[in-house]
Design a protein around this ligand. Sequence first.
Ligand code: PMP
Length: 452
Amino acid sequence: LARPAVIDPNILSALRAREVARFIAANPKSKSCFDNSNGWFQHVPFHWMLDWPSPFPIVAASAQGATLTGLDGQIFDDFCLGDTASMFGHSPSALAVALAEQAGHGLSYMLPTTKGAELGDMLAGMFGLPNWQVTTTASEANRAVIRWCRGLTGRSKILIFNGCYHGAVDDVFVDLRDGVAANRPSLIGQVQDLLPTTVAIEFNDVAALESALRGGDIACVLAEPVMTNIGMVRDAPGYLETLRRLCSETGTLLVFDETHTISSGFGGHSNRYGPMPDVMVIGKSIGGGVPCAVYGFSAEISVRMEALNKARPAGHSGIGTTLSANALAITAMHAMLGQVITREAYDHMLAMADSLVLGLNKVIETHRLPWHVSHVGARVEFVCAPRPPANGTEARAAMDHSLESMVHLYLTNRGILLAPFHNMMLLSPVTQEAQIDRLLQALDSCVGELLE
Ligand code: PMP
């Protein structure tokens, strides 16, 4: 066997300097707009926009389908797609038409609509759970679901997997460091100790799961069926079935956050591969970029929720916000589910994903890189480590920020956008083979230069 390729740190830093200079030279209008955006804290309306690997963010002029045009005129092949929010393509025409039509008829009334009535049935049909509620973001849906689960079970603890991400949800920010649970130190203004009520274990660890759930004091397990936010971590064969069985046996509610894994196949990961959760959360792409999210639950949970809601004293539930289920959000989801998130859309997305995976593996083999490709449905990732990680700790160890951010910047300079926080590539229903070819060519030449 040929020896795996090794990347020289000097070459890496020289390439980074060259690519930073190239980015600055190619994006003068973005730079000027960014520099002059003095009304915003740190020059951006939302600080995550500084997390791209470039010295300043590309200022977006417009986006359509699977392309995005920057202020300096460059057209990017977009594999980031708003980090899943626009996974089904930017401004699909059915969505654009429906939003424009609704715009003249009021956007938020805090009243149900006929479109909403249809949408409830559409959600049940697509995702296989009978009852639903709407929130404004997936973070908010997860917060609501945690509250419901605690209320329904009378238990205070939740269980999450080390390395997970479920949005801006306080209860979830517990990590395992050297096997010991710790509050995440990077949080701003965190005053609550989460350790008494949040149990973190490693994904795929059956013994730890069994021991935690057999205590009978966990309200819910909140999980992605495949971890996608620390690189991808696949479920070991049988793990999700064991999780399902142990939850049922211990009266623990199983919540699958399918905000990202809706990319696994039509109806989401649980529908495609099983098992079904008690509660499912879906956000981001379901509104095609309009802020909204949903959570769905089984008939049995629905009955229990109704009883709980009736039995509690009058007053705030702590769940929901004024704009939840506003007419614009309902219209967006109605158009997306009815006309955009279709079986045919997935056929194309999955075929494109297969093609990208084939190409990525070829680049890795050609250059004898100690890398591998993760792939679930329309979500593909190259990982700069030889073996797929089994859990959050291994996934964290596999990350090489300095290398990965340089690769991202190199690709950006050649018209390819990847999500800033991952090496994740999303394939939309309108992504073209030519875009994949351009990504592969750019990656091949990047790796070639790194190994020179
Ligand atoms: N759940 C998962 C699995 C996510 O990946 C994210 C965001 N990356 C969220 C929830 C939160 O979504 P939002 O930021 O739209 O609230």
